[in-house]
Design a protein around this ligand. Structure first.
Ligand code: KG4
Ligand code: ZN
Length: 352
């Protein structure tokens, strides 16, 4: 089965063709980063207009690269939620229209479930149950997956997402946007033990909280009155970046491994844009291996927003539960098991 996937939930317009839920035939990603950079963050109105202009060319390119036409496609999948509603509507409406016009089944896919499925695509032999850390600019949560596409959140950030914390810390340090890759680069020349920042732990056993850490970086760079000019030397800046990164990575690894042990996972996985972070990949891999668990981290192009993961999960969902209704709507928030519940040591025992 060949599925055309469409992803427009945030600021990447992506179209992909995937065979049998796993084999990526093409995966085109048109990034809007250059349009939003001048504002230091994503502007929803600009994002949805840019998706409208970029989507059909992305679909055409994906088909061309795969050497296929729409007639060869068995189903069309698109991201339905969560995300920016205006942006989601562009991809969802186009997918429904194409499916209706071509007489093909349409499948609505959850963006977070698709990110989790990206790790399955990267290594389909990796065992279940799996615990995955999904860390991006908009979401940071830990999920327990019992099989591909059957996922439940077991921990989450109670305030900022990890990627958002990277982006905000980078802004304070006067680095470029998006900040995650900039901090990753600058940290290589800094001392990760130079600064003692507060750990980003949240209320539940597997929860995170990054807003205090972000404020601590602001105070370190600009003073507690928030008005002072930054007076850090280039080396001090690199030390702040490395110490900030180390604190985020330590918390992410600690909470994910705690969930993996507490819930009896057979493998540990990473997904989302922050999974591109070199320190996070290395630390999570050694923690998983030390615990005797399998480790999966997709290639960066499958970690960040892409339509291949949407097409892949679309194939599984179509087989498992049939086509979606063409009347389904886009929505911004996370609902159901993907929103999850709060785990404590007591509750963790109860699910085993
Ligand atoms: O998954 P993604 O591409 O988009 C969504 O938010 O859905 O994630 C983007 C986020 C941004 O906050 C970016 O700063 C962060 O991922 N990021 C990184 C790295 N590369 C991207 N964070 C830390 N280190 C990186 N190397
Ligand atoms: Zn995403």
């Amino acid at each position: 089965m060949i599925v055309l996937g469409i992803e427009t939930s945030c600021d990447e317009t992506s179209a992909a063709l995937v065979e049998g839920g796993l084999k990526v035939l093409s995966n085109t990603v048109a990034s809007q980063t250059a349009l939003h950079r001048v504002y230091g963050g994503i502007v929803p109105e600009i994002a949805c207009r840019a998706h409208s202009a970029a989507l059909l060319p992305a679909v055409e390119t994906a088909l061309k690269q795969a050497g296929l036409t729409l007639k060869d496609v068995d189903a069309i999948a698109a991201t339905q939620a969560p995300g920016l509603v205006g942006s989601l509507l562009v991809g969802l409406t186009a997918a429904k229209a194409l499916a209706w016009a071509e007489g093909k089944p349409f499948v609505a896919v959850n963006h977070l479930a698709a990110h989790l499925y990206a790790a399955h695509m990267a290594d389909p032999a990796s065992p279940y149950p799996a615990v995955t850390l999904l860390a991006s600019g908009g979401h940071t949560a830990v999920y327990l997956s019992r099989r591909p596409g059957e996922d439940e959140a077991v921990g989450r950030t109670v305030d900022d997402a990890a990627g958002e914390a990277f982006d905000k810390a980078a802004k304070v340090l006067g680095l470029g946007y998006p900040g995650g890759p900039e901090i990753d680069k600058l940290s290589a020349t800094g001392n990760p033990k130079a600064e003692a920042f507060p750990r980003g732990e949240g209320p539940g056993d597997y929860d995170f909280s990054f807003s205090g850490l972000k404020t601590a970086v602001l105070y370190r760079c600009k003073g507690t009155r928030g008005r002072d000019e930054m007076t850090l030397t280039p080396q001090e800046k690199a030390d702040v970046a490395a110490s900030f990164q180390e604190t985020v990575v330590e918390t992410l690894v600690d909470r994910t491994m705690r969930a993996a042990r507490g819930l009896g996972a057979a493998s540990v996985r990473l997904s989302g844009g922050v999974a591109c972070n070199r320190r996070l990949r290395a630390r999570m891999q050694s923690a998983a291996e030390a615990a005797g668990l399998g480790f999966v981290c997709p290639a960066p192009v499958l970690c960040t927003d892409n339509a291949a993961m949407v097409a892949g999960l679309g194939a599984i969902l179509l087989e498992r539960q049939g086509a979606s209704d063409l009347g389904v709507d886009a929505f911004a928030r996370v609902e159901g098991p993907l929103a999850g519940r709060r785990y404590t040591a007591k509750a963790a025992k109860a699910v085993k």
